[in-house]
Design a protein around this ligand. Structure first.
Ligand SMILES: [Zn+2]
Length: 299
């Protein structure tokens, strides 16, 4: 229908269900940070957080059909965000380009993702990509490092603890090649630091450093009998170069949703107990007793 008198269409007078139908046509999976980060803006906070969804100020705009919505008004923003949290998958990346190592002198540590707690709270599906160099492990010797003390993972746990009722949370750990370190250490520490999030009290000692953020985690953890934070359901491992294909970790519904290793053909390779020594990790990373009972040379 043509609008001849140029008066704006009274969109807000539509019933909410109809507005939702319009939004649904525009839904896109949000990426944090956006593929091409745009320079910092001085927009109001609700607007600048929106800029993280799509890089609204550069030529990439064409690829984000819903960008204009974010600029309409606060109510449309809120309604669209609500729907986006319910229906899309959030892709959140931590990589060398968006991670700054912890500054011990800082009063409060920075969030990894520029995403508000109100939005995090409502997310239903999320895939986290952790792209890690050995430097980001922030330890001189990975063999003696304690996974739960890894700062980056602790920061991730802190921010993810805002998530309240997620149905699917996945983790992909990509190790960046390093001539001195085996990628195994990156995979191992990432897995160990994150796989028990939300399922037991193993990370109570997160509160060791009494920053403002940690106190918050502590108060959340102690106010509920169940520990805070969502649970990962799947952990996949990758390299930034060719690899034979790593087995992955997934919760096993047949075993009380405990972690187990699976081969790429879906055979259960081994069940992970509370202890998950690096020796066991190595052997389950590539082996599958079903696919190759003896050795690779079988028929
Ligand atoms: Zn197999």
């Amino acid at each position: 229908m043509q609008n001849h008198n140029n008066a704006p269409f009274p969109f807000m007078q539509l019933p909410p269900e109809l507005r939702d139908m319009v939004y649904e046509n525009l839904l896109e999976d949000p990426h944090y940070p956006p593929p091409r980060p745009c320079p910092e803006t001085r927009s109001p906070s609700w607007l600048s957080s929106m800029a993280q969804i799509g890089s609204s100020t550069d030529a990439k705009t064409a690829g984000h059909k819903s960008n204009f919505l974010f600029l309409a008004n606060k109510q449309i923003y809120a309604e669209y965000m609500d729907l986006m949290c319910k229906k899309t998958t959030f892709y959140m990346t931590v990589a060398p380009h968006n991670y700054t190592p912890l500054d011990p002198s800082a009063e409060e540590e920075k969030d990894i993702w520029q995403i508000s707690p109100e939005v995090l709270k409502k997310i239903k599906r999320c895939e986290i990509k952790l792209v890690t160099t050995s430097t980001m492990l922030d330890m001189s010797d990975p063999r003696t490092m304690k996974s739960e003390e890894w700062n980056l993972a602790r920061q991730m746990r802190r921010q993810l603890s805002e998530i309240e009722n997620i149905s699917e949370l996945k983790l992909n750990v990509k190790a960046i090649g390093d001539p001195l370190w085996s990628p195994l250490w990156v995979w191992y520490h990432a897995t160990e630091a994150l796989r028990e999030m939300g399922s037991s009290s193993v990370h109570e000692n997160d509160c060791r450093k009494s920053t403002v953020a940690d106190d918050k985690v502590k108060s959340v953890a102690s106010s509920h009998s169940a520990p805070s934070g969502p649970q990962f359901s799947l952990i996949t491992l990758a390299l930034d170069m060719w690899s034979p294909g790593e087995n992955y970790l997934m919760r096993d519904p047949a075993n009380n949703n405990q972690w187990a290793w699976w081969c790429l053909k879906g055979h259960c390779v081994g069940r992970v107990g509370t202890e998950h020594p690096v020796r066991q990790f190595c052997s389950w990373l590539y082996d599958c007793p079903t696919c190759s009972p003896e050795d690779i040379g079988g028929d």
